[in-house]
Design a protein around this ligand. Structure first.
Ligand code: DP6
Length: 333
């Protein structure tokens, strides 16, 4: 088997129908499906090289720095999966750069593990089908399974206990729909409770978790129909509902989980104000305080202006639909 070096890129994705809860923690199988949009402007570029001379540990550089222990061991555990699959024992050198603030609720783990799955598997000599890559990326982070694909993407929870059917696939009806996501950044680099821990606590302690799980299939059905009809109002309405229900289930956990700040709420009110004045804009919020606003490309200037004028919004980032994970270059030794 050839060991080579591989550089891959992946865009992050923002879920319009959220993933929140697992049916199997060890294999990281989601309890429900989810549906997202992969983004062009926000993502990760990762180079992986395996080498027998690297010593006992993997070497990891994240945005030019040594990662914290938790991130290092998460990446090491992921590389162990790739090594087991490829039948190799060599340690790896991983150099990864994010164009999104890591762990600031801008979904860097989604693009991070999608890029790592592609770069590490290729560098280890494996050539995986897209569905297999999606299943591999899922082991790093559930949302990463979706970033293997571009545009609108649906993740299946699957029914098999080995997780081989818990993979994502594109929703091609959405191809070429020029929607935008305007991200209102409300804090820089702040640490929040990670999704993994928060969804676990929600599942164990929230009386609203069962209601959340029950609500997702209808949201998925509506989102699929909205994409097929290119109906932004319908899609945005589902996206807001899904985000609110996800956060409601987390807020009802013990101890409660609250990601929102006054700026988050102010940005949500701004989006409602935009709608009242006739602009089709809809928010979604992940495991952090930022607000992501779905709108038409033509309305971006108005949406950006309104969000920028909102108290506590530090800056805005405009993102558009992007391609799936792909290889930039590779060398075989
Ligand atoms: C709120 O994929 O980060 O962004 O599988 O435990 O790594 P793990 O969780 P992760 O959760 C993402 C949660 C979310 C919603 C979503 O992206 O669907």
């Amino acid at each position: 088997m050839n060991l080579s070096s591989c550089t891959a890129v992946a865009g992050t994705n923002i879920a319009l129908v959220k993933y929140w809860g697992k049916r199997d923690v060890a294999l990281n199988l989601p309890a429900t499906g989810s549906l997202s949009l992969t983004l062009k402007e926000l993502g990760t570029r990762t180079t992986v090289r395996f080498g027998s001379h690297f010593g006992p540990d993997d070497r990891v550089r994240l945005n030019g720095q040594d990662p914290d222990d938790k991130t290092r061991s998460r990446i090491g555990a992921f590389l162990d999966l790739v090594r087991a699959h490829a039948g190799i024992s060599a340690r790896a050198e991983v150099v990864t750069e994010n164009s999104v603030p890591t762990a600031a609720g801008l979904a860097s783990s989604a693009s991070g593990f999608a890029a790592l799955a592609l770069a590490a598997s290729r560098a280890a000599g494996l050539i995986l089908e897209p569905a297999q890559l999606s299943a591999l990326a899922r082991r790093g982070s559930g949302s990463a399974a979706r970033s293997i694909f571009g545009g609108f993407v649906e993740m299946q929870p699957g029914v098999f206990s080995d997780g081989t059917d818990a993979v994502a696939a594109p929703v091609p009806e959405g191809d070429g729909w020029p929607v935008r996501l305007v991200v209102a950044v409300t804090s820089e680099g702040a640490k929040h409770m990670g999704s993994t821990e928060a969804m676990d606590r929600t599942a164990r302690t929230s009386p609203f978790y069962a209601g959340w799980l029950e609500s997702v299939p209808q949201d998925l059905q509506d989102a699929r129909a909205a994409i097929a009809e290119r109906d932004l109002h319908r899609l945005g309405t589902v996206a807001e509902r899904s985000a609110m229900r996800m956060h409601a289930s987390a807020m009802a956990a013990a101890p409660p989980i609250l990601y929102w700040t006054p700026s988050t709420l102010a940005a949500m009110q701004t989006v409602r104000g935009l709608r009242d004045s006739g602009v089709a804009a809809y928010f979604t919020i992940d495991a952090g305080p930022h607000v992501k606003v779905l709108c038409e490309a033509a309305d971006v200037p108005q949406v950006e202006a309104a969000l920028s004028a909102t108290p506590g919004v530090l800056r805005t980032v405009v993102a558009s639909p992007g391609r799936g994970a792909r290889i930039l270059h590779e060398t075989t030794s």
